[in-house]
Design a protein around this ligand. Structure first.
Ligand SMILES: [Zn+2]
Length: 127
């Protein structure tokens, strides 16, 4: 998968992502980070686009960036691509509704938790 390092590159892709209102697939709205089990991820219709995770970075930062005072799971939180959790995301496109979805995996002591967030065309993308 192609690696994206700049906010401007992701903005160019975001311009092709339709509003969630047009979604017809089973993912449901996920304007903020949402847990989605592997079983519910519609793998057959998901196309990988790019990755934001630099394979050279052994331990991407867990620091978050919220210049407007948003929180991790705020629907209005910006996509700060060099910060957690965007720095470990892949970007996928649903071939049914054409939405673009960011996805990464949380690793806990006894679980893995897949999280998705749609890359809405109205979201701020920051470096
Ligand atoms: Zn869809």
């Amino acid at each position: 998968m192609k690696l994206i390092r700049l906010a401007s590159e992701l903005r160019a892709l975001q311009a092709d992502s339709p509003l969630a209102a047009h979604c017809s697939c089973g993912l449901g709205p996920c304007p903020g980070w949402t847990s989605l089990t592997e079983e519910r991820w519609p793998a057959a219709q998901m196309q990988p686009l790019v990755t934001l995770r630099d394979p050279e970075a052994h331990e991407p930062t867990f620091e978050e960036r919220h210049p407007q005072g948003t929180r991790y799971d705020s629907p209005a939180a910006p996509v700060a691509i060099q910060f957690f959790p965007y720095n470990r995301c892949e970007l996928w496109r649903c071939q049914s509704c054409l939405r673009q979805l960011l996805r990464y995996t949380e690793y806990g002591g006894y679980y893995v938790d897949h999280r998705v967030r749609e890359l809405s065309p109205t979201l701020d993308i920051l470096d």
